[in-house]
Design a protein around this ligand. Structure first.
Ligand SMILES: [Zn+2]
Length: 61
């Protein structure tokens, strides 16, 4: 089983779409990423099952 899933994230501040890799071994993840385009931080909250991303929510950090 592939435990790393790629998901698309939309920057809440500039609308740019980009892809992140998520390790689905943890049921809940909270990441803070800087947008590659506008450089502003965002918080990404992810719910996972092993091998799948159930839900990803992005908010301005
Ligand atoms: Zn952005």
């Amino acid at each position: 089983m592939d435990i790393v899933e790629e998901i698309e994230i939309v920057c809440p501040q500039c609308g740019e779409t980009f892809t992140i890799e998520v390790e689905t071994t943890q049921p809940r993840l909270e990441l803070i990423e800087d947008c590659a385009v506008c450089c502003r931080p965002m918080t990404i909250r992810i719910l996972c099952e092993p091998g799948a991303v159930v839900e990803a929510r992005v908010t301005a950090a």
